[in-house]
Design a protein around this ligand. Structure first.
Ligand code: BGC
Length: 743
């Protein structure tokens, strides 16, 4: 039977003509006729996704799940990988079930499969969309060689809250920039055609507004206006759809009283009707059954009904569809037509991936051997890691420059901290099957880059508690050295899912450790490796050089050494605002002006008594070993009409003495609106490279479309009036000019 099906699919694929319409009809006919032959149980099987388990030897499967695959009751598996293992599972589905429908294999390929690239928040700081797309393309290639065909990425959740551990997985706080990143990732993972065996189906997540969890506590309640939802949180999802994303994942949170997984407004109205999304929707993990805890569903059966009726296709791990959907149908709580349409969305995806043509096309031991951890992967891991690093501060110490460090230095260098000689934590959160033994540690990277230096290593202190027993050794090591490099930050479990922190200082005894080392009077360079902005105000006040190195993946140590030596001139710029303390959160550059904007001479303005309003480091901020000067912000017109374009140009000069890259940012402000508008909104950026003394005129164009927002009546329009345009190297230090939009 199964051979017939696959044979039939093959014929259809071969005879498929290039025209999208004809192809579309044929794939629909194929899938529709398959659905007609399916039993209800087989249909529900296609709507079910179960996880593989883990053992030290690799992925394993619960006995019950095996039987479910063999009987067609589970049509999709996640967390199973490697060609050999997935081949076994695929054989069960294809050879042992009545219809031979192949399995989808999903996995969280978030920033790599076995070769690990920087965490997404870090890589976003590169502002290099080509680089980001390439990371996605290469991760897909590696994962697709390991038996996978579907990644649960990109995660496109905007957040204003660094307490929320999942800030590490996204691209920061700005809807415009995050939309560009989201589209680049979708294109990277999916390539030109899903059926290409070197690509994966992407999954944008978590729909929607998960990053707005109250108090930054994971899974917490979200309540916001529709305007804020549409202007800030939804654009990266829309951009993913426009880029052709194949699947969507729901979110754990409730939105305005309705859990996302049962939210018709999100899935039926916005996703399907407004945005015309034709792909497949999967739940986030057990979020169907969690609707019972939310107090929205009476029991799991009811929860399943709410989900299916809201437009959800596939149940990840809850087994709510698996256990109860047949009963719900019998009772008339769900319709066969909704079940069929969900099954169709799943089967269409399998068809588009080419699985009916060849169920084993993503399972190839030779590719696995050649691609995984190959030199090309590792080279890109280095390139991406270098571009992710953000230089936050670089001042002289006793009149001499600390950074960059000459590669011929013969100095004695102390390297102190829990991340100095650490492989696993360099991989960061969600590192899939990342291989820690492949990670280049900081110590290793430094030793290679500075062969004449003498290195003294001390652990110093860990990530939890307040054990200071390593301090003495660290202080001794510092005293015996000419220079100290501190390697501080979070371990990989201190950010990511279920890793919210109410206090985002350096964790454990590290805050004390750096103070003790500072007391030695030695010159100190501080490296911070973390999955979120940490509150490093003391460090900023006292330590002359600070490099924010996030969790950079497989080539972390090499990348940091390149930056410390100046062989790579740092170019990263922050994509999230760094608060001074947690009391400033939520903090973001595109805030409103308020009726009492900050005025240093007036107490009754929007401010704190104890700290300034400004962040520690603003959005878009990052230094280089050279310096850039901005002049002559010019507009080609003083006013534009609705049919016109405004040309903006700004002169940027490299005023230092080495070549460097700069991310030139363009912001606008709509001064008066039918609803109030943010003080700045990013509308464009360009990463340019300049030789010493070189000047470039960087050009941007703005159209009335770029000025649209959800006006008072919720229409998405640009309103005539006065605008400001700003250009600069971060959201605060900018040049400004004025223009008008006229009818
Ligand atoms: C996370 C998702 C992830 C899923 C599968 C959930 O807990 O929220 O982002 O894709 O697990 O691993």
């Amino acid at each position: 039977m199964k051979k017939q099906w696959i044979g039939m699919a093959l014929t259809i694929m071969i005879t498929m003509t290039a025209g999208a319409q004809v192809g579309d009809t044929e794939r629909e006919e194929f899938v529709d006729s398959l659905i007609q032959r399916m039993t209800l149980e087989e249909k529900i099987g296609q709507l079910t996704l179960f996880t593989s388990d883990w053992a030290s030897t690799g992925p394993t499967l619960r006995e019950g799940y095996k039987q479910d695959i063999q009987s067609g009751k589970c049509g999709n598996i996640f967390n199973a990988h490697t060609a050999a293992y997935n081949r076994k599972l695929q054989q069960m589905a294809v050879e042992e079930t009545r219809l031979g429908i192949p399995l989808l294999f999903g996995y969280d390929i978030i920033h790599g499969y076995k070769t690990i690239f920087p965490i997404p928040l870090a890589e976003a700081c590169s502002w290099d969309l080509g680089l980001i797309e390439k990371s996605a393309r290469l991760s897909a290639r590696e994962a697709a060689a390991g038996g996978l065909n579907w990644t649960f990425n990109p995660m496109v959740d905007i957040t204003y809250d660094p307490r929320w551990g999942r800030i590490a997985e996204g691209s920061g706080e700005d809807p415009y920039y995050s939309s560009k990143v989201a589209a680049a990732k979708v294109k990277g993972y999916q390539g030109k055609k899903l059926e290409d065996p070197l690509t994966l189906a992407a999954c944008m997540k978590h729909f929607a507004a998960y990053g707005a969890a109250e108090a930054g506590r994971d899974y917490n309640t979200v309540d916001m206006s529709e305007r804020r939802l549409r202007e800030i949180y939804l654009p990266p999802f829309k951009a993913s759809i426009d880029a052709g994303v194949a699947t969507v994942m729901t979110a754990f949170n409730e939105l305005n009283g309705i859990p996302a997984t049962g939210n018709k407004f999100l899935f039926r109205e916005i996703l399907r009707e407004e945005w015309n999304f034709k792909g497949m929707v999967v739940t986030d993990y057990t979020s169907i059954e969690e609707m019972v805890n939310h107090g929205y569903a009476q029991d799991e059966k009811h929860a399943g009904e709410l989900a299916l009726n809201a437009g959800i296709d596939m149940d990840m791990q809850s087994a709510a569809f698996y256990n109860y959907l047949a009963k719900s149908l019998e009772e008339g709580k769900v319709t066969m037509s909704d079940i069929n349409s969900s099954v169709k969305n799943v089967l269409m995806l399998k068809y588009d991936l080419g699985l009916f043509d060849d169920p084993y096309k993503y399972i190839d031991e030779t590719r696995e051997e050649n691609i995984i951890l190959s030199q090309e992967m590792k080279d890109h891991a280095l390139e991406s890691a270098m571009q992710s690093i953000v230089l936050l501060k670089n001042e002289k110490f006793n009149g001499s420059e600390l950074l960059p460090i000459n590669t011929n230095t013969g100095k004695t260098i102390a390297v102190i901290g829990p991340l100095a000689d650490n492989q696993t934590d360099m991989l960061g959160t969600w590192h899939a099957a990342g291989v820690d033994s492949e990670v280049v540690t900081l110590m290793k990277g430094l030793r290679k880059k500075f062969p004449n230096a003498q290195f003294n290593y001390a652990f110093g202190g860990g990530f939890e508690g307040n054990d200071q027993s390593g301090f003495m050794e660290a202080i001794e090591v510092a005293k015996q050295s000419d220079l100290v490099i501190m390697a501080l930050g979070e371990n990989y479990r201190q950010n990511g899912e279920a890793a919210s922190r109410s206090n985002i200082d350096l964790p454990g005894p590290q805050k004390e450790l750096i103070k003790e080392i500072y007391q030695t009077g030695k010159p100190v360079i501080s490296l911070v490796m973390a999955g979120r902005p940490l509150t490093i105000g003391w460090m900023d006040e006292n330590i002359p050089a600070i490099v924010y190195a996030w969790h950079l993946g497989t080539r972390a140590g090499d990348a940091i050494a390149e930056v410390l030596s100046g062989d790579y001139n740092p170019s990263g710029k922050l994509v999230c605002t760094f608060p001074r303390n947690t009391g400033q959160i939520p903090i973001y550059y595109n805030h409103k002006n308020t009726g009492r904007p900050f005025d240093a001479d007036n107490k009754y303005t929007t401010r704190y008594l104890d700290i300034p309003n400004e962040p520690l480091y603003p959005f878009g901020y990052g230094l280089s070993y050279t310096s850039f000067e901005y002049d002559d912000l010019e507009l080609d017109k003083e006013e534009i009409t609705f049919g016109e374009k405004l040309q903006v140009s700004v002169k940027v000069t490299n005023t230092g003495n080495r070549r460097g890259e700069e991310v030139v940012q363009l912001y606008v402000r709509d001064l008066v609106g039918s609803v109030t508008r943010p003080v700045k909104e990013l509308k464009g950026f360009k990463k340019i490279s300049l030789d010493p003394s070189e000047t470039k005129h960087v050009m941007f164009s703005l159209t009335p479309d770029d000025l649209r927002f959800y006006a008072k009546d919720m229409n998405y329009v640009a309103e005539p009036g006065d605008f400001k345009v700003f250009a600069g190297g971060n959201a605060i230090e900018v040049l400004e000019a004025d223009f008008k939009l006229v009818e």
